[in-house]
Design a protein around this ligand. Structure first.
Ligand code: GLU
Length: 490
């Protein structure tokens, strides 16, 4: 029975790398009719951020990566589901206490009273001698009696793992293959901190075991810690989970993707108007590749196609343009009502208020043009600029061509006569003019180009009929009148 988990710390925004980890766990669990758990790893009390749990659940629920067990949303409220809880580590302290006691009793963990000052000093000296800084084992051989006396006297302490010296620890990773690390390269890891909370390394092992986790799918930054985890499984006589360490997401210069390079959090992308389907589709392919070259996948299709064998074993480069390509694809497929619903918050943010009719007219223009929805206000503003001065050699050439003033008059005359000003009516006008002005050579480029320049100031843009219908007949006529200043006379 597959049981896997996403186990984030509530430290703030959800990085897209975290969403990818959650997604792969979700896909793997669903593919195998298993269970996907969400556990909160909040034992580092110094890094907690208020609101982080809400942000986390929002990111998962918005993108459809919904946990079956553990921390869930029920009727919009955060709650815990399942019989292996609590699923919040800070609510599990007595459990960690019970298990650390076993290790202390068996001599596999020990109390350590070293102060921060002493540890800093040791590290400093090791650095000066060119050694890798690590705990020097000062308290490793304190007798239990002495340790207990010092605890009773109120001395602060931590509990450390007593790693055997010079021992190879090996495990198999689904992505990295067989990994071996010698304990001489590892520290006597702190398992319980001075505040009584477990460290991540201890809590993760106890919880993964007690929650029956079969597969640990997580970021590769945890690979170097895994031998410590594996050693703890062995000490307790527990069965190891299958480890799957996912390669990092990199930016273009192949460094780990971080906030300094721009948007990295799920909320950033949602705020900018990326669709959850597009984010999920793109992230799925950022570290995993399907059997064929299919690129567009729904979440359901991903579940069917996903496997651990096709995970990449080197870092995946995050390409914002490719993400834009996916997003534009999903935007093109949206229905009119969905388009309007997506556009509205961005328009009101920019204080642009439009009638339903105007919104309807905006939809086809936007659908073809944007890569994400926060680009919408700009498009509207662009279309609304009416005091433009056409610029550039070619533009001027077209405006002063002999056909242009004739076209201008014809457009004014025909637009004025229209009762309805839909894109199709406007198209009709252009067709008529072309037919009626064969002798004036108003056709092809010398029809649409001068019209577009007179009406928008530039040579290229969205469908002219759609723009004109959006700005309305009066505004179109006003612009044509005004264009007299730029065109030659007939
Ligand atoms: N709390 C760890 C993190 O935030 C979880 C790592 C793991 O999955 O074991 O990355």
């Amino acid at each position: 029975m597959v049981r896997d988990r996403f186990a984030p710390s509530p430290t703030g925004d959800v990085h897209i790398g975290s969403l990818r980890t959650a997604l792969y766990n979700y896909l793997f669990a669903k593919k195998n009719s298993g269970t996907f758990l969400l556990r909160l790893e909040d034992t580092d009390r110094t890094r907690l951020k208020e609101g982080a749990v809400d942000t986390l659940l929002d990111a998962l629920y918005e993108t459809g990566v919904i946990p079956d067990e553990g921390l869930v949303l029920a009727d919009g409220e955060i709650s815990q589901k399942g019989d292996k809880g609590p699923y919040i580590q800070s609510e599990r302290l007595p459990i960690y206490q019970e298990y650390i006691q076993k290790l202390i009793d068996s001599g596999d963990a020990y109390y350590c009273f070293c102060t921060k000052e002493r540890l800093d000093e040791v590290r400093q000296k090791q650095k000066e001698n060119g050694e890798t800084p690590r705990y020097d084992g000062h308290c490793r051989n304190l007798s239990r009696e002495e340790a207990e006396k010092r605890i009773e006297a109120g001395e602060p302490y931590v509990v450390r793992l007593k790693l055997p010296e010079g021992k190879d620890i090996s495990f198999d990773d689904a992505v990295r293959g067989h990994v071996t690390i010698n304990t001489s390269d590892l520290d006597d890891q702190v398992l319980i901190k001075a505040d009584g909370f477990p460290t991540y390394h201890f809590a993760v092992v106890v919880d993964d075991h007690l929650m029956d986790v079969s597969h640990v799918i997580r970021g590769e930054e945890w690979l170097p810690s895994t031998p410590k985890h594996v050693y703890l499984y062995d000490l307790f006589g527990w069965k190891q989970p299958t480890y799957v360490h996912l390669p990092n997401i990199l930016n273009k210069d192949h460094k780990k993707l971080s906030k300094r390079q721009g948007d990295v959090s799920v909320a950033d992308f949602i705020k900018k108007g990326y669709l959850p389907e597009a984010l999920i589709n793109y992230l799925a392919l950022l570290g995993w590749s399907p059997k064929d070259d299919q690129e567009i996948f729904s979440l359901e299709e991903l579940v069917n196609a996903f496997d651990l064998e096709r995970l990449n074993n080197s870092g995946a480069v995050f390409d914002p343009e490719k993400l834009n390509w996916f997003n534009a694809h999903y935007i093109k497929a949206l229905g009119n009502e969905e388009m309007k619903a997506q556009m509205k918050p961005f328009l009101s943010q920019a204080e642009i208020s439009l009638t339903e009719e105007e919104l309807d007219k905006l939809v086809p223009i936007v659908r073809e043009r944007i890569e994400y929805f926060s680009q919408v206000p700009e498009i509207v503003e662009e279309m609304r600029v009416s005091d433009f001065t056409p610029e550039g050699e070619e533009v001027k050439e077209i405006l002063t061509a002999p056909q242009t003033p004739i076209l201008r008059k014809a457009l004014i005359e025909k637009f004025s006569a229209l009762d309805s000003f839909e894109p199709s009516d406007i198209q009709g006008v252009f067709k008529e003019i072309q037919k009626e002005h064969k002798k004036d050579k108003i056709r092809g480029k010398m029809l649409y180009m001068p019209a577009r320049i007179m009406l928008t100031g530039v040579m290229h843009g969205p469908d002219l009929g759609a723009i004109l219908s959006f700005i309305g007949k009066d505004e179109a006529l006003r612009r044509l009148e005004r264009a007299e200043a730029f065109t030659g006379t007939d």
